[in-house]
Design a protein around this ligand. Sequence first.
Ligand code: AMP
Ligand code: MG
Length: 274
Amino acid sequence: MSANDIHIVKPGSKARLGDTDPSKTPGLSGPKDLEKAAAIRELAQNAEAMKLLQRRLYAESKRSLLIVLQGMDCGGKDGTIRHVLGPLNPQGIRVASFKKPTDEELSHDFLWRIHRQTPAKGEIGVFNRSHYEDVLVVRVLNLVPRAQWRERYDRINEFERALADSGTRILKFMLHISKDEQKQRLEARLADPDKAWKFNLGDLDTRSRWDEYMEAYTDAIEKCSTDYAPWFVIPADRKWYRNWAISSIVRRELESMDPKPPAKPEELEGVTIE
Ligand code: AMP
Ligand code: MG
């Protein structure tokens, strides 16, 4: 079975976050050190294949791919962007990170800031956090009344449907780490002068509400995994596994899109260069 089939949350089915062990490495077989070596080798092969597909997508300029990354703090969103998408041509990639909304953003509907960051035709867009924060942190911290966030699942599905109908393929990844793994990563951040800047006291408050976040994730994934914008739950305690699984799924999606550069224009036939 491919990484795609294992991790996809089929529309209408349960997200089963509690049953998905974040340290597991399904889809790879063999002793752990061999699995890891194979995953790292395949990650590099996936990157080579994706480079070519990206070039064709850009040349074709008719469709786009949107990759949504969500997860708890230290879940590996930045690392995924670096390792999985870093090898691609920066000219064809649009990365958007969504933080706490500004006053201006809050004065519009919640999708306003999102829509303007969606990839143009030919581009690969990456969302580091996304419109899902508006049914995750917003729900857990009661930032808007319940009736308001409950409406948003439908709004999100309609929005993603509209993007899909205009030629955007959407893949959504929940980077699923365990609470223990987060503890270790937060401790490592605190101890490393090069990483401490990423540590935010607010992250501890978020951590203390772990179960509420898992509930909110479960609902968001179950209500918003669709044929046109599926969710994938990726076991992410092992960084090499996370990178392998995501790159395999993205590669396969690009292959199935099968982008083609436009045919050589007739007027170029027989042209010679003096
Ligand atoms: P980071 O990704 O670690 O830089 O943190 C960004 C912070 O912004 C996280 O704590 C998110 O929960 C928060 N954030 C992102 N989007 C929203 C939103 N729509 N409403 C409230 N907080 C948000
Ligand atoms: Mg953070």
